[in-house]
Design a protein around this ligand. Sequence first.
Ligand code: COA
Length: 332
Amino acid sequence: MPRTEFISVGFHVPERVMTNDDLTQWWETSDEWIRERTGIEQRHWVEPGQEAGSDLALEATRKALAAADMDASELDCIIYATLSPDYFFPGGGVFLQRKLGIKGIPALDIRNQCTGFIYGLSIADAWIRTGQYRRVLLVGSEVHSTGMDFRPEGRDVSVLFGDGAGAAILGPTEDDGRGVLSTHLFADGRYAEKLWCESDASARFPRISHEDLDAGRHYALMEGREVFKHAVVRMPQSVRTALEANELSLEDVDLLIAHQANLRINEMVGRQLGLSEERVYNNIQRYGNTTAATIPIAVTEAVEKGLLNRGDLLLLTAFGSGFTWASAAVRW
Ligand code: COA
C-alpha cells in the first residue's frame, strides 16, 4: 500500500495587520499583557465583509497548486477544515470548489476546530492509501475577526485569534519510508463547553433570540486556564503515542509543529518532550491562533525557511475545542 506524501503546501493571510496596540481601541488590554501571556505580537484580519474563509482558502490553494505545478482540475477531492464556515450550511468546501472553477469532485467539511487539519489529514491518508483518491486538497481556513466580541468582557478570547488559511496537496508515494507514517485522533466530549459557541444552534429553540444576542451567546466562550491545563498534557502525550507507534524516539524528531494557540503552551510542550527550541517551530507571534489553519501555515513557512527537508521526521500535534486532540508522524 502506498503512503501519503505532501506534494506541496501554501498559505495565505489577509493584508490587514492588527498589532496588540491596535486592539486597545476596543479592549482594556496591552501589548505587554498579550505578549507575556500568549507570545502574540500581531494577527491578520480580513476587511470585514470583503473576504470569506473560502477566499483565503482559495489563495492558499492557488499557492499550493503553483508549488506542485498542478491545475485545480487535477484534484480528486477537497477536505475543508474550519470552525468558522462562510455560512451555517452548506460547508465551506463547496464554496472553495466553485471558486476554484471545478465541479463534480467531493468536498468534505471537517468540524474539529484546532485539531481539524490533523483529523483531515487522517481521512486523506486513509483515502490515498486505499486508492480511493489520488490528489487530495486539504485546507484549513478561518475567519475569526468577523465574530469578535467587542464588549469589554470579550478581551480574553478576542485578542488570541487571527484569520488565515493553509493548504496541502496530498498524494500517494512509492518512495519507501517517506510520507505520513501514522495519525492519532482523540476526543473527550465531557469538556465540550470549556471552549464553545452556544448560539446560533439547532439544539436551542429559538436558535437565536434577542436575549442571546444581548448576553453575547453568539461569541466564543472559553475557560482559558482549563484549556491551557489540558493542552500541555494532551499534546506531549499524543506526540509520544505517534513515536511509539512507529518505534521512533524523541531523538529522531527533526521538527515539531504544534497547533499555535499560545506560545507558552508550546514552550511547555517542547520542554516536556526535551526538544530544543530549534526543533519546535512557532509563528503565533505573527498570526495569532488561526485554528484549523495554524498547522498548514506553519508547515509552509518551515518549508520556505529550509527548516523542513526531504527525509526529515516531522511531528504534528494539536489540541482544541471539543476537547479534541491529535498527532501525526510524517517522514517529509
Ligand atoms: N488583556 C488584559 N487583561 C486581561 C485580558 C486581556 N486581553 N484577558 C483577561 N485579562 C485579565 C483577566 O480579567 C484577569 O484579571 P483579574 O486577575 O483582575 O481577574 C487576569 O487578566 C488574568 O486572567 P486569566 O484568564 O486568569 O489569565 P490567564 O493567565 O489564564 O491567561 C489566557 C489567559 C487566555 C491567555 C490563557 O488562559 C490561555 O492561553 N489559555 C489557553 C487558551 C487557548 O489555548 N485557547 C485556544 C485553544 S485551541
